[in-house]
Design a protein around this ligand. Sequence first.
Ligand code: GLC
Length: 702
Amino acid sequence: MTTTPFEAFDAAAIHEGNKALGFDHDAIAEQTHELLGRMTLAQKINEIRGLQPEPIEGLYYAGGDDELGIAAWKMVDGPRGARTGKATAFPVAIARAASFDVDLERRVGKAIGLETLAKGGNVLLAPCINLLRHPGWGRAQESYSEDTHLTGAMAVAFVSGAQNHVLTSPKHLALNNLENTRFDLTSDVDARTLHELYLPHFKRCVVEAQAASVMSAYNRVNGVYCGEHPELLTDTLRRRWDFKGFVESDWFLGVRSTSESIKAGLNIEMPFGKFFSDKKIAAAIEAGELTDEDIDTAAYWSLYQKVAWSIEEGSVAGDSGSIAVVESDAHLDLAREAARKSFVLLKNSSDVLPIDRRSTRRIAVVGDLADTVNLGDRGSSMVTSTKVITPLAGLQAEAGDCDLRFFATDADFAELGEFDVTIVIAGLTYLDEGEFIPSAQAESDGDDLARGGDRDSLNLPTDQRDLIERAAAASSRCVVVLQGGSAIVVSDWLASVDGLLMSWYGGCQGGAALAQVIFGDADPGGRLPVSIPRSEKDLMEWDTQALAVPHDLLHGYRWLDAHQSTAEFCFGYGLSYSAFELNDLQVQRNGDGFVVTVSVANTGSVRATAVPQLYVSVQNSQVMRVPTELKGFASLELDADETRLVQFQVADEELCFFDEAVDDFRLEAADYVFRAGQNLVELPLLRHWRFDGSAWSETRPG
Ligand code: GLC
């Protein structure tokens, strides 16, 4: 047994190869100023806007000047793969967050960055890191979690992985967490909630992973459009975080003005210059609303990144990639690994899973989704792969001598009782949830352009519930495999099934990964990155047509805890094919923070994935505090009977609250309870520490 502790977040390994962490900023600044000094006003204006409304071979151009030898930005979505031509469709981001595996996310980011480069792109418009304030948000699938700590860790892993090859653009700054009304919505928030809950994951991307750009959001924050929000784009990004990247708008309606946007700190209007047109900028300068210096500042940050990354036609930092990497075996293997590590086993009565092929003769696979390509929404993050393995194809390929039969949703289920086990594939599709592009919705008469928008209900659609009820009633044993991009309320039919596996939108290899887990060739490694309530009534009010939404410190598990409401399945929850025990929690001071260790033992009979989690509760605080918050997690595979020491680092600044009186974070004299376990509600190991305002000391409970 290895004695070296497993580092929960190995920063050196996660950030390895991120080109932005090695830049010589003095040299870049000097070169950028020199270049800017040689440019005419027209050339500078050309640098601060996209080229045209439509992409060119899937790539959105911005800037570029042959005479000056300045290459264009070539931007491409998105969080689950390169959205141009065929590419590896990875599991959606929330699925990868369910793996709680930052190394895996780094590798996925790196692979998507490589495919982006190979396709001629140089800016990857990802990751999407808006919090799931409510799980009904249409683009929840595209983001990571309800929790800022999990979101931040996954996001920096993705950014550093992708920035091995191309620039990234964490999005959408900020509070873009309702879809249908995103163009008009105002997300209202006080400074403490903004800085303590909705910005930390953006800050990590900018400060820790040096994200090369950020995309501003469509919505308003406190009544001001994000594309013209000085507090977000200048005071927060530049003054507080020393951001050296550029800010591009979201597409079309992400810009609402000319001089207000540029003066607020927006650097590039995408996808083309409507407000940043020659005519409008000239009129703004003429009217004294804009100065040449304002244009210089906007152009500077875009040019700064072109200099930093040595952007040339078709290459980034001298590398142009190779088209052979696109949908390569290595990337398909990675997509399959990500899918199986994302699956969350929620119910497993009588160990109905895994299915033993030696003792199981007949398996029924039920539901149209089993034989459907269901990779997620059809918005800007959509990726099309050459080959997609559906659940049915995956199960058929691995069924061995089992007699596996498929039953469509409208089939007669009378003979299901003759099968040893029924596997129902049910859930949601892009018709139920996803990015909502009204023009496409209005124009689309076929189903290939539908956008689901936000979900009014967290329940399954009636036809899917009926499918499950009918199949379960006719079966001797019934397992439901759920597909979807967020929390789905299952309480009204959970008792009628024996097994439940959340498989999210599992990407082009999802069906192969599902077979690995169903037949026990791999353990379902996932845990919930979003709480699943017993009823949507247990969550805050959710109006998908709202035009003003108040944001506070309570949502997701924070809300449920504060309202003493028990989730059906809590944040961080997930079963395993094995069993684990955590012991010997140790919390020691280490510089400006803590090093926390816990022993994790696989007490079961098979190799499996453990996901130890660390939470902190602040007691005797002078301000309102949420009951407990995630401050650390790890994902590690352990053999049967293997024990490993897991080590977390918790910086003091992660224990601070945002004190509006000093407009900054502050470490409060209070009691801090470190709690370790396997999910939000199973935290048996405690350690108590007190900060008296100047020194820390370990205390005893009570
Ligand atoms: C979309 C999305 C954004 C995407 C952009 C380009 O409307 O909001 O996430 O990157 O347009 O497709």
